[in-house]
Design a protein around this ligand. Structure first.
Ligand code: AMP
Ligand code: MG
Length: 503
């Protein structure tokens, strides 16, 4: 056909121009943000990576990513029809100290897209240029940090952990100066049902603008906790649910071995999602004191402190909600944290061990294991994956997990208890092994893997490793025989890569 159209339209897919926006945040009073458009790069933009799964959340036809307009719409050179860009206001406690005004200093919420399933997705561009909240910053993000956030948010989703999502990275040759030197600027388009943070409430509490706290709480409840809108003590229920979700999220992080690195209250999602990926890290060798953030000298956000810090952050949120609650109600809601976190952690560890129930004594099995993993510098992810091949049969050496230990006797002693425990519930090897493979990922975004993808992108403008990692990490529980190399613990050079807040 000579007159074939160059693009194919699917009736169920949106084009960039037909995305269905319903922008609710921007309709809040003016003090909640500042309306402004992203500042386009000074050099031509190019597509670094597009995540078709992110596009699918918007019902966006993946072919749209190939259009020049795609780059223009998401970098501010054109305005998406229906969008109404706004930089959101918030404050927060950073490393324990209250900072009265933060806000989107380099991010802009383009608008909220409602997909055919009725889900609402914020289109949020990180690295979008200066805003009135930029303080001393340049409003930009570097390619390095956008690749890390892009990959990790999708990796977390693949692992089944609540998180913001990612649509794409757009790069440019615009120079951005960071501690490490000159880098190239990039924008990450992030998706989330909401970007409201604990700090979004704190800002109004410390400014004594209590009407705005109520307005924001009502707004969040109406859009994200609609089942609470009609209950009498809705603010108590709301806080209780945020506490529960946050507690459960901490359990997920601890069970998978994820360290966030900057758990300031401005990085805590009101929806209990993993938000704002900076100097995060997954455990390689099991080390409870792991500090992934090079700038965190005191270890405030060390791996094993995350539940404590989340609880601290929830107290800061609860305080900001005091104009809506009695102190007793706030305490009642906060009391839910520990049971919610512990119950979820047990559930997850039970699954990791392949147990069908959690018994009181199992806590010892767990602490005993963590102690020998730590002492023997054993890779956390790979150990549990190997434990999924454990057999209770007599005479089977269980070399997969056993050979990971220098001190084999430490493993043998623990394995005897584990075997007894499995037999005590009549555990069947094959059935358990199948279940464990769905609980113990083979692939996580190890720091050195992200580092390799970043090096290729920066040095050779080769983005293929980003896409390969995206594919592997999307399905972290599957074997993926051609991808074995991504399951290997870091080589020596990749063991202690410093990651700072610089991004
Ligand atoms: P983060 O540590 O990335 O969560 O950022 C903390 C605060 O600093 C937020 O208000 C950010 O918007 C702001 N910020 C971080 N980097 C920049 C930058 N390059 N330019 C402007 N604001 C920034
Ligand atoms: Mg942040």
């Amino acid at each position: 056909m000579r007159l074939a159209p160059d693009r194919h339209y699917d009736a169920f897919m949106s084009t960039l121009e037909t995305l269905r926006f319903d922008n609710t945040y921007v309709k809040l009073p003016d003090i909640f943000g500042v309306k402004l458009n992203p500042t386009p790069f000074s050099k031509p933009p190019y597509l670094v990576s597009f995540n078709p799964e992110g596009g699918a959340l918007l019902d966006l036809d993946p072919r749209e990513a190939g259009r020049t307009e795609f780059l223009e719409y998401f970098t501010g050179a054109r305005i998406l029809p229906g969008s109404n860009p706004v930089a959101m206001l918030y404050a927060g406690h950073q490393f324990g100290h209250y900072v009265p005004q933060l806000g989107d200093g380099r991010a802009i919420l383009l608008g909220e897209v409602v997909n055919q399933a009725g889900e609402r997705w914020d289109l949020h561009v990180k690295g979008a240029g200066l805003t009135p909240f930029s303080r001393d910053g340049d409003g930009r993000a570097v390619l390095r940090s956008t690749i890390r956030e892009y990959l990790c948010s999708e990796a977390m989703h693949g692992l089944g952990i609540p998180t913001t999502r990612a649509l794409c990275i757009i790069g440019s040759d615009e120079e951005v100066l960071r501690e490490e030197g000159v880098e190239s600027g990039a924008m990450l388009v992030r998706l989330s049902p909401s970007h409201v943070r604990f700090g979004s409430f704190e800002v109004f509490y410390y400014r004594n603008q209590h009407d705005s706290i109520r307005l924001l709480a009502d707004y969040v409840i109406a859009h994200h906790f609609p089942h609470l809108a009609v209950v009498g003590d809705k603010y108590l229920q709301f806080l209780t649910e945020v506490v529960t979700r946050t507690g459960r999220l901490m359990a997920e992080w601890q069970a998978v071995g994820f360290a966030h690195g900057v758990m300031n209250t401005d990085n805590m999602s009101i929806l209990g999602l993993t938000l704002d990926y900076g100097p995060f890290g997954f455990l390689d060798d099991y080390n409870p004191g792991f500090i992934c953030n090079h700038s965190d000298r005191g270890g405030r956000y060390a791996f094993h402190r995350q539940p404590t810090i989340a609880n601290w952050n929830l107290h800061a949120l609860a305080e900001a909600l005091l104009p809506l609650l009695t102190e007793e109600q706030a305490k009642e809601a906060l009391a839910v944290f520990e049971p919610a976190m512990v119950a979820r952690y047990r559930e997850l560890m039970q699954r990791k061990f392949g147990l069908t129930e959690w018994r009181t004594d199992d806590a010892e099995l767990l602490t005993g294991l963590l102690a020998i993993l730590h002492a023997n510098h054993i890779d956390y992810t790979n150990f549990f994956r190997a434990l999924g091949r454990f057999s209770t049969e007599d005479g089977v050496p269980n070399s997969d997990p056993r050979d990971m230990f220098v001190d084999r006797s430490a493993f043998d002693a623990w394995a005897r208890r584990y075997r007894e425990r499995l037999l005590s519930e009549g555990s069947k090897n094959e059935d358990r092994q199948r279940r464990m493979n769905r609980a113990n990922p083979k692939y996580v975004l190890r720091n050195y893997l992200a580092h390799q993808a970043i090096a290729l992108a920066r040095e050779k403008r080769d983005f293929s490793e980003i896409d390969r990692l995206l594919t592997v990490l999307r399905d972290p529980y599957a074997e993926q025989p051609t991808m074995e190399r991504y399951a290997i613990p870091p080589p020596d050079w990749g063991k202690h890569l410093a990651v700072s807040c610089s991004s």
